[in-house]
Design a protein around this ligand. Structure first.
Ligand code: PMP
Length: 301
């Protein structure tokens, strides 16, 4: 079997060689930012949007990514090509770098970039056919005025804790509320509800990451002529919705058919959810940036 190649601070190394110092503040303090991106048949979906979000996250925490966006785009494409992948899940991580044991980032010499591309492990088809089960969890989404959910930082403990609560409740995914009890999002996905043909999703200022899949679904819904509304809603609104679905890079669009032991609609994935999923899947192969540049000459490093 050929090696898996990982881009680590300027060079490609094998998966076995790809290691980071225990003094890296990404490891010691979760001091860093990341993105999860997906390539479909040689097409990197919404790469510009993902890179904009990565650079915005980095700017917010005053982290200098040691490459400009064009260079990083090339590095990502090269990582996919070098691993001979067409469809891939791509993880881009930028950490503060190696410092001393104190949390002060001034001790860190230089930020480190890691790009990993792996074959997609797709969610089983049955999951899309039967839908997932959700539970609202006790842990609240961290407040935007404390650490903005728009900063996709390496500190994902809030999300990990809610995922553990979902596991304990024996369901597939958690639904997080904000400190006022409004629905925000899942542990790694945005949430939508459908009522009487209208589609609703919470405004991100309530405490949700502005998901790239979320935005793509809002565009698709508008283009298809659905009434698409960003407005706060509560658990009750979710329970009595006709359809509920989640969106995210990994999961794409997936129906939630049960929330806190209440069946949603007739307990089956809804027609609007299925319609949006099929339109989304058309978009993923047509609306993105090609892994294969026409000149085939990519300089990396
Ligand atoms: N919310 C959170 C907390 C996430 O981590 C993710 C995954 N990036 C999402 C929502 C969905 O965002 P996207 O559609 O950009 O993957």
């Amino acid at each position: 079997m050929s090696s898996q190649w990982i881009f680590l601070s300027g060079e490609f190394v094998t998966k076995q060689e790809a290691s980071i110092s225990v003094y890296d503040h990404g490891f010691l303090y979760g001091d860093g930012v990341f993105e999860g991106i997906r390539a479909y048949e040689g097409n990197i979906f919404k790469l510009d949007e993902h890179l904009d979000r990565l650079y915005d996250s980095a700017k917010s925490v005053m982290l200098d990514i040691p490459y400009d966006k064009e260079e990083l785009e090339q590095i990502i494409a090269e990582t996919i090509r070098k691993n001979e992948l067409e469809s891939a899940y791509i993880r881009v991580v930028v950490s503060r770098g190696i410092g001393d044991l104190g949390l002060n980032p001034v001790s860190c010499s230089e930020p480190r970039l890691v790009v990993i591309a792996e074959a997609l492990s797709l969610f089983p088809k049955e999951l899309y056919e039967r839908g997932v089960r959700l539970a609202t969890v006790a842990s609240r989404r961290n407040r935007p005025d404390v650490l903005s959910p728009q900063v996709k930082s390496l500190n994902y403990l809030n999300n990990i804790l809610v995922k553990m609560e979902a596991n304990q409740a024996g369901v597939d995914e958690a639904l997080m509320l904000n400190d006022q009890g409004y629905v925000t999002e899942g542990s790694a996905d945005n949430v939508f509800i459908v009522k009487k043909g209208k589609i609703f999703t919470p405004p991100v200022y309530l405490g949700a990451l502005e998901g790239i899949t979320r935005n793509a679904i809002i565009d698709i819904a508008n283009e298809l002529g659905y009434e698409m509304v960003e407005q706060p809603f509560t658990r009750h609104d979710v329970y009595v919705a006709d359809e509920v679905f989640l969106t995210g890079t990994a999961v794409e669009v997936i129906a939630a058919v049960e929330v806190d032991q209440r069946a949603i609609g007739d307990g089956e994935p809804g027609t609007i959810t299925n319609h949006l999923l099929s339109e989304f899947r058309k978009m993923t192969t047509t609306d993105g940036c090609s892994v294969y540049p026409s000149n085939n000459e990519v300089q990396v490093g």
